[in-house]
Ligand binder design. Structure first.
Ligand code: ZN
Length: 110
């Protein structure tokens, strides 16, 4: 379930997007009278957890994005180190490939 699974479509007299058109408005499916709406997912999640005791774990969370960025950085650093080492010591291609493979395994297992 994502936060949007708890939203209902806008009624004919309700706007679907914020006035600047950038944000989709969240209408809480569980609040009908009075209805609840907000323009940010953060507010929507807060509302769901405080009014309905629903904890939403969206698939694309900030933490996951940060983790992916970090992994990409690890890759970049490892790549750089390997290239530098390969150039400096003129090591064989097989030695260069090995830590590379190890890192790949580590990423998959994590
Ligand atoms: Zn609600």
């Amino acid at each position: 379930m994502t936060t949007w699974d708890y939203s209902r479509p806008a009624k004919p007299n309700e706007p679907e997007r914020s006035t600047d058109g950038r944000n989709r408005i969240f209408y809480c499916k569980l609040c009908l009278n009075p209805s609840y709406s907000c323009q940010s997912l953060t507010s929507a999640r807060y509302h769901l957890s405080h009014s309905h005791q629903i904890k939403v774990t969206d698939t694309e969370t900030k933490a996951k994005r940060l983790r992916e960025n970090r992994l990409q950085n690890i890759w970049a650093v490892a790549e750089e180190k390997n290239l530098a080492r390969a150039r400096e010591q003129e090591v064989s291609a097989s030695v260069y490939v090995w830590p590379h493979v190890k890192l790949k395994e580590a990423v998959i297992q994590s």
